[in-house]
Design a protein around this ligand. Structure first.
Ligand code: HEC
Length: 112
């Protein structure tokens, strides 16, 4: 009986945690990413223009990268051709699960 309760409890906790991660991702994007990428992902911000950030709503930009590429970009950050860090990495600041959820947020911009 105790084991059943513990099992049900941990399942509920896992569900709640993944729901929290998914629900939180758009807010995380708005807080930590939109300053450069724009709330709509089009990067029509002053940073976006300065750093020529790609338009995440563009189907070509979406097709050119795999989820793993984006996970890596968000985790480790991005450098320009001269090796200067243009996007800070989120390693240790955002959990791997939340980074996966952020990739989904970036995918959702497609065609918008
Ligand atoms: C300081 C500005 C800045 C911030 C903040 C920022 N980015 Fe970026 N991001 C960039 C730049 C610059 C690039 C490289 C140019 C490009 O690929 O558009 C980039 C690239 C990316 C790419 C790869 C696009 C591609 O196909 O090459 C993704 C995905 C991305 N950012 C997501 C995010 C997410 C999610 C966050 C928030 C956790 C974030 N960025 C925060 C500036 C920023």
């Amino acid at each position: 009986m105790r084991t059943t309760i513990a099992l049900v409890g941990s399942c509920l906790l896992a569900l709640w945690l993944s729901a929290a991660a998914l629900a939180g991702a758009p807010e995380t994007f708005a807080q930590k990413c939109a300053g450069c990428h724009g709330k709509d992902g089009k990067a029509q911000t002053s940073m976006g223009k300065k750093l020529s950030i790609k338009d995440l709503t563009d189907a070509k930009v979406q097709a050119a990268a795999k989820d793993a590429d984006w996970e890596k970009a968000i985790t480790d950050g991005a450098k320009d051709a001269a090796g200067k860090v243009v996007m800070p990495g989120s390693k240790g600041k955002i959990s791997p699960e939340d980074i996966k959820a952020l990739v989904k947020v970036c995918r959702d911009f497609k065609g918008k």
